[in-house]
Design a protein around this ligand. Structure first.
Ligand code: GAL
Length: 958
């Protein structure tokens, strides 16, 4: 700490410049020109990531003695200071403890990092030059209350204002704007701490005295779907404030959450504030980008996990329409592993600190229509202090609901809330049949409450899988009001490689990359958008699953129907246009717009579409009908034409009459066999296919484990125990049977007898095609020793497999893929809703999904036809009439498994093609349930059939 730094005359000429708002560890990762530095050269300490545990010794309320401290000085000039005017210095967010001096006079100190703090600056302020000095400590008693799962970062990270308060200025105002859905009336009451009047010209309100209730007919209410705001002012003698009034009424009716008389469904996300370069300091455009991205992906709700966000974010939620659970800046999770001993939530000495936090949140955000639920905090255990927070909040604002997940009995909240409950448990809750809790009174209170999943579907890495199973439950049981996916964004920190010939390649750092003693690795990268806000496949899937308009096509021999379930809570479908398109193997045949009557909110409508296909021309191939619901006009920041939902139906497959190709007999050669354009060696390995010299296909059961595979259920460990990542292959027999070359193989790992038998039947045709029919059958013991008492007991479990298929190596270099199957993005068996049947093109680069920690990705499902094209003109065609899973990548699964960051992945000179019959589901076991039973892949006998054709030919498959 610097002696006398707060004095106006202090010489700070040798000090560094720091951007404010900003977090000093993030700012210090760059030099003064903004270029990224090597971590060893970081200028102001380093970020550190822990999830549950504190990153300092637990010795409440003491912070560690080694306490990084930042001192800031800022000069400003005021032309004049009017007598009688008061001045307030307002800090929107400082992490975690700070003391403020103005012109050498101490104004006070504050904690509560993500809450505003105000200081009376009147006495210290002068006309002319002023010097503001702020000392910020990284650690404080407050840090014990701020153990959220995120980077520990410090500094003045939100803006600072000097506010002039003339006599009669408004100190506090509270807008109550109810809506009566039976009469359509609004009821307005604006409370104010000084005499003031309200003007809302649009409603004909002028000079309405504050404190006087006023009824207004024909109000357009505020909802997240119809975010109608009425602009007005609140005028006192000393100040005029702008108002954005949204009329709406939140109530629990018969155990359901209603707004304006209608039950509501949350299609939500948990949002931390994050930017890969500035951390929790966000500019307005980044906040807007979040809101618009959410709106474009059918998301209608945000839980501000786990602290009140920058207030401007809530302005945007009011404006564009998002339901908000505003959460208090409180988490004491690190006491959990210590048995909750000394937990501040249950210690009266901490009462004031906790109350102060909830009061500052409610007072700051109480005028926002988007906020419908107050959350007391996250993972702060149980205790009377939280009850007291809830009681104060209910008294101060009886018009909103109260949430806190961490006390499972839910005695003082309005909403029963859980995280990561399995679909089975959620179904029980839906039926009010969840297990009892010890206290009968609490049990009966909780059983009457509406339910939300405040966190579910952990979006870490590749996943989450199994979203639609939850959505079906939300549709089925009125008690269930939906949920909030964990979480919105990966908190990766932008870094560049410093070594190797291609140093300077960007990647996103996670826990452990800054040398932390304790850390939680890449558990910080668990969002629906990548750190740069590119949507991940998980977000695209979530959009499809939560689409507010559900459509289902049904075709019987004499009837084609479309069922439309309008899942909006308030809007009818007149905001949408429905278009349709018929194609045969993606060759367009006919299209049009459906003329439908508006379907009211929360109802289902069925239309008969028989006429649609009456005049449609026919063509060979898969006849696919696609219906889309798109926005009919611009809506809440989302442009007209934007797709909200789609559905597809395969009507039929028309086979064009064509000449059946004739098989060609295998020719025995000195080194093996030739089959048409293919050459096999004496082991029955494919060594040449037209102008390609592939690395022969091999059985492939391994995928680079996803974060979910590595999760709590031990999936990855079981797979490694079986040696699926190190299979050894042996050719048992290789012989010509009639027109076919038949190769028998067995694949198993060293030390294991369990594996797969393969019968590879190769047939060449005069069309140039080479067909592989691979019959697979499990062999030996394929259960795992996880049942071994050393691993926790129980009988051996039948193993699951990561996947079931083959891999072959193709020439490297620039290449692309055209395919007819599901796309355009990746899909897996429990994450299929966003994928549509169509014809797609992507470069090899575009086929890879850059999960922050490399892992299995990029699978395209149901691929019927594909063509890999190299820059030099070579082509490999594939066809698999029943569809296969396909991936194409410039590195192996083993390389992805070994890599820690995306920058570790370097093309190895081969293009690796995998063709699979199936994958194990994704699940969300990184913090939640495993793939559901129907999505697990167990070893079984199966047949993979695929045709290859090297070179461009007439009639080639794609
Ligand atoms: C929850 C917690 C979140 C986050 C998540 C896992 O328990 O509330 O903050 O840690 O788990 O990513």
């Amino acid at each position: 700490m610097t002696e006398g730094f707060q004095e106006p005359g202090f010489d700070d000429s040798a000090w560094d410049h720091m951007r404010v708002p900003g977090l000093w560890q993030m700012e210090g990762l760059r030099d003064e020109n903004g270029d990224l530095l090597d971590v060893s050269e970081a200028r102001f300490g380093l970020p550190a990531y822990t999830n549950v545990v504190y990153s300092f010794p637990v010795d409440p309320p003491h912070p560690p003695e080694d306490n990084p401290t930042g001192e800031y000085r800022r000069e400003f000039v005021l032309d004049s200071v009017a007598p009688g005017t008061r001045w307030v210095l307002r800090f929107e967010g400082v992490d975690s403890h700070f003391t403020v001096w103005l012109n050498g006079t101490e104004l006070g100190w504050a904690t509560g990092s993500r809450l505003p703090a105000e200081f009376d600056a009147t006495e210290a302020l002068r006309a002319g030059r002023n010097v503001l000095a702020v000392r910020v400590h990284q650690w404080s008693a407050g840090s014990y209350l701020e153990d959220q799962d995120m980077w520990w970062l410090s500094g003045i990270f939100r803006s600072v204002h000097l506010i002039e308060r003339r006599p009669g200025a408004i100190g506090d105002h509270f807008v109550h704007a109810d809506f009566d859905h039976r009469t359509g009336e609004g009821l307005l009451l604006v409370e104010c701490d000084v005499p003031a009047v309200v003007d809302i010209p649009e409603l004909g309100i002028t000079d309405l005295p504050a404190g006087e209730p006023h009824r207004i007919a024909h109000i357009e209410p505020w909802t997240a779907e119809t975010p109608r705001l009425y602009a007005g002012t609140l005028r006192s003698e000393g100040e005029t404030l702008t108002l954005a009034v949204g009329f709406r009424t939140v109530r629990i009716v018969d155990g359901t959450i209603t707004v304006n008389g209608s039950p509501i469904r949350f299609r939500g996300v948990n949002r931390h504030e994050w930017h890969p370069e500035t951390g929790r300091t966000l500019d307005l455009e980044t906040m807007r980008a979040d809101v618009l991205l959410m709106k474009r992906h059918n998301i209608n709700a945000v839980r501000t996990s786990h602290y009140p966000p920058d207030a401007r974010f809530l302005d945007l939620c009011d404006e564009y329409g998002l339901w908000v659970i505003d959460e208090c800046d409180l988490e004491t999770h690190g006491f959990g592993p210590l048995g909750w001993k000394n937990n501040p939530s249950a210690d009266a000495r901490w009462r004031d600190a906790l109350m102060d936090r909830v009061q500052r949140m409610v007072e700051r955000d109480k005028n926002r229509p988007s906020v419908v639920i107050w959350s007391m905090g996250n993972e702060a255990g149980e205790g009377d202090n939280i009850r007291a927070m809830a009681e104060w909040t209910r008294h101060r604002d009886p018009d909103r609901l109260i949430h806190y997940e961490g006390d499972y009995d839910s005695p003082y909240v309005d909403v029963y809330s859980r995280m990561y409950a399995s679909p089975d448990e959620v179904a029980l809750i839906g039926m009010h049949a969840e297990p009892r809790t010890a206290d009968a009174a609490a049990d009966s209170h909780r059983r009457r409450l509406p339910f939300i999943l405040c966190e579910y579907a952990h979006a870490m890495g590749n996943g989450p899988g199994g979203l639609s199973e939850y959505e079906e439950l939300f549709d089925r049981y009125p008690r269930l009001h939906g949920g909030f996916v964990w979480e919105w964004i990966d908190h990766g920190i932008l870094q560049k490689t410093t070594e190797g010939p291609d140093a300077g390649r960007p990647f996103y750092a996670y826990g452990g990359d800054f040398g932390e003693t304790v850390h939680d690795g890449n558990f910080i990268a668990d969002g629906l958008v990548f750190p740069d806000r590119t949507p991940s496949p998980g977000l695209v899937e979530y959009k499809a699953v939560i689409a507010p308009v559900g459509m289902q096509l049904e075709h019987t021999p004499n009837r084609l129907t479309l069922r439309i379930r309008n899942g909006f809570d308030f809007l009818d479908t007149s905001v949408l246009a429905f278009d349709w398109r018929l194609a045969a193997d993606e060759v367009p045949l006919a299209d049009g717009i459906l003329d439908l009557p508006p379907v009211p909110a929360r109802t289902t409508h069925e239309v008969v579409l028989d006429d649609l296909l009456a005049d449609a021309p026919s063509a060979g191939g898969e006849q696919v009908l696609t219906v889309r619901a798109v926005l009919a006009k611009d809506h809440n920041g989302v442009p007209a034409g934007h797709e909200i939902a789609f559905t597809q139906l395969i009507l039929a497959t028309h086979h064009e009459p064509r000449r059946e190709p004739v098989p060609i007999r295998p020719q025995h050669t000195a080194g093996g066999w030739t089959l048409g354009q293919a050459v096999f060696n004496a082991h029955g390995e494919l060594v040449q296919l037209g102008d390609l010299a592939p690395l022969s296909p091999r059985l492939d059961l391994w995928r680079a484990p996803t974060d979910n595979d590595r999760g709590g259920n031990g999936q990855e460990r079981a797979w490694r125990e079986l040696g699926l990542h190190r299979l050894v292959h042996r050719t048992v027999d290789c012989a010509v049977h009639g027109e076919q070359l038949v190769v028998d193989t067995v694949s198993r790992a060293a030390g294991r007898d369990g594996g797969m038998l393969g019968r590879w039947t190769w047939t060449a045709y005069d069309s140039g095609d080479l067909e592989l029919k691979l019959d697979l059958a499990p062999v030996g013991r394929l259960d795992t020793d996880l049942g071994d008492p050393r691993h926790g007991g129980g009988p051996p479990q039948p193993a699951t497999l990561p996947k079931l298929g083959i891999r072959l190596g193709l020439p490297g270099g620039a290449a692309s893929l055209d395919w007819y199957g599901y796309g355009p993005g990746e899909s897996y068996r429990d994450s299929t809703r966003a994928a549509r049947l169509g014809r797609f093109h992507a470069t090899v680069d575009e086929l890879q999904t850059p999960y922050v920690r490399p892992q299995e990705n990029g699978n395209r499902s149901g691929v019927r036809k594909a063509a890999i094209r190299w820059a030099d003109g070579r082509v490999l065609h594939l066809s698999a009439p029943t569809g296969v899973d396909l991936s194409l990548r410039p590195w192996t699964a083993e390389a992805m498994d070994a890599a820690r960051h995306t920058s570790d992945l370097v093309p190895d000179g081969t293009l690796w093609l995998t063709l699979d019959l199936a994958h194990h589901g994704l699940g969300s076991a990184s913090c939640g349930p495993d793939a559901l039973p129907q999505h697990r892949l167990h070893a079984h006998s199966a047949t993979l059939t695929v045709r290859f054709h090297a070179g461009d030919t007439e009639g080639a498959p794609a």
